[in-house]
Design a protein around this ligand. Structure first.
Ligand SMILES: Cc1ncc(COP(=O)(O)O)c(C=O)c1O
Length: 486
């Protein structure tokens, strides 16, 4: 196939150039029926591609033309047997992977630090999650992926599991020994579903961790929009035939997808795939070099430390995506959120996320030397303003313990509930999710028994100003628990 082609984008351009009289939705009709300020800012070109599934433009729900061709090119580029486009982000692609493989009462092996979309799908499917402990880094206060030993042990204890979910790489750019994990899971007939939200670029550069498809995984939900150059909300679901029926996957994805699919998002997937396939290696090489230079400079700043290859010490921390700059700021006596706010207010710099101990900055080929220099200079100044701790001991971190599951997430979600003060909820069964977003990993989820250290961790995140969300009560003073003796 010719990866230089962009069949869907070309079909849209040809259609727009004909300027047909449009008696179909969207009613803004190439922007003419829209707010003037919005139209002139966004531009008539973009609005002329905001179209729907009329015959010349194919239909994502039953592709036979330009979308089918674009998906086939993507499958070749990603090394998949089939690739399906998602206009609802990786969340919908993840829900599709889960709902296509597990049903009511069936077991699914899941690292506890998964994104909320995995847990949403488990509630929808009424599946039985077996939560696995990810490895944790007690210097940075973050969770990594699963070790090979954890996976092997879980498969041994649960030979009836219908699927294994793996996050690879993590938000912080750490990848496990995925090829080995896949080999072990396949040896007992369990398919491997990879949350590849942060790994679209991995298959396009030899210095990056293996991509899910390269490692032999069965499905991967991959955010092209995060690091692959397409528009926000556009992702792909890559599928390997064998243990998975691609036709069934397509049906499930279609069930979860709007019938009003955005052609702007679809076209941006088409062109991003072309860029990755044709120029990915050079562009990613540039981003790696830029990030490595920044990492080396930040490492020299007293009180700051960067996650790097020194943290790779086992099968859960097997490879690193160096374009992720995870910067520990705790030795400055500040939270990550404090530094995020200072960077925003004093330096006009926005980071990807912060937590109690770190900030995460994502470097891509869209960044310049000047952008990275501005970040390094700002961090140097901040470190100068807030003197680092004098002791050689690093500031301690706390991580919440993994809660115990008392009932399935779905039974808890649909059980009679009552609201109780967070502080008085120890020992009760959670009926809603609590998470910090980003990264969107639940601290507590429906069905889990609440412990004091979960409450302390929630309180610490709230005190730090981090975006804790999920419960009905946005202030999180009250939380919903399952009614006792109901
Ligand atoms: C690990 C992980 N998985 C899945 C998602 C969901 O991706 P999306 O925002 O494209 O729905 C995210 C989003 O931040 C994520 O960090």
């Amino acid at each position: 196939m010719n990866q230089n082609e962009t069949p869907l984008f070309d079909a849209l351009l040809r259609h727009a150039a004909r300027q047909p009289v449009q008696f179909h939705i969207p009613g803004h009709k190439r922007g003419r029926g829209m707010d003037n300020r919005f139209r002139s800012f966004v531009g008539e070109n973009a609005l002329s591609l905001d179209l729907i599934n009329i015959a010349p433009l194919d239909d994502l729900h039953h592709p036979t033309g330009a979308i089918k061709h674009a998906q086939e090119l993507a499958a070749e580029a990603f090394g998949a047997d089939y690739t399906y486009f998602s206009v609802q982000g990786t969340s919908t692609a993840i829900m599709t992977m889960v709902l296509a493989t597990v049903g009511p009462g069936e077991k699914i092996l899941v690292p506890r630090n998964v994104h909320k979309s995995v847990l949403t799908a488990i509630i929808l499917a009424d599946a039985h999650p077996i939560f696995l402990h990810p490895e944790v880094d007690c210097d940075f206060g973050i969770s990594h992926g699963l070790s090979v030993e954890t996976v092997a042990d879980a498969l041994h204890r649960h030979p009836d599991a219908r699927a294994l979910v793996v996050i690879n790489p993590t938000y912080f750019g750490i990848a496990a020994d995925l090829a080995r994990i896949v080999e072990i899971a396949h040896s007992v007939g369990v398919p491997v579903l990879v949350d590849e939200a942060h790994g679209v670029h991995t298959g396009f550069h030899p210095e990056l961790p293996l991509s899910a498809m390269e490692a032999g995984a069965d499905m991967a939900a991959t955010s092209v929009h995060k690091l692959g150059g397409s528009m926000t909300g556009s992702s792909v679901l890559n599928v390997r035939e064998g243990m998975i029926d691609p036709r069934h996957v397509q049906v499930v994805l279609s069930m979860l997808t709007t019938t009003s699919t955005s052609y702007l998002l679809l076209a941006s997937l088409d062109v991003a795939r072309k860029e990755l396939a044709m120029f990915g290696r050079d562009r990613i090489g540039y981003a790696i070099a830029l990030a490595n230079r920044a990492r080396a400079e930040i490492e020299q700043i007293p009180g700051l430390a960067c996650l790097d290859k020194r943290q790779l010490c086992g099968s859960a921390t097997y490879a690193l995506d160096p374009t992720k700059l995870t910067i520990s700021v705790k030795d400055l006596g500040l939270t990550g959120y404090d530094v995020e706010r200072i960077l925003r207010e004093d330096y006009n710099i926005e980071v990807e996320l912060s937590d109690l101990y770190n900030i995460l900055c994502i470097v891509s080929w869209g960044d310049s030397e000047d952008d990275v220099a501005a970040l390094v200079t700002a961090l140097r100044e901040i470190a100068g303003r807030f003197r680092p701790r004098e002791t050689k001991e690093h500031a301690p971190v706390t991580l919440p313990s993994m809660p115990e599951l008392r009932m399935t997430p779905r039974s808890a979600f649909y059980a009679p509930t009552e609201a109780v003060p967070l502080q008085e909820s120890v020992g009760r069964t959670m009926a809603e999710m609590v998470m910090v977003y980003p990264p969107g990993i639940p601290i507590l989820l429906p069905g889990e028994i609440i412990t004091q250290d979960n409450i302390d961790y929630i309180e610490a995140n709230l005190r730090a100003g981090l975006p804790v969300q999920g419960p009905d009560d946005p202030e999180i003073r009250m939380i919903k628990v399952v009614k006792e003796n109901a």
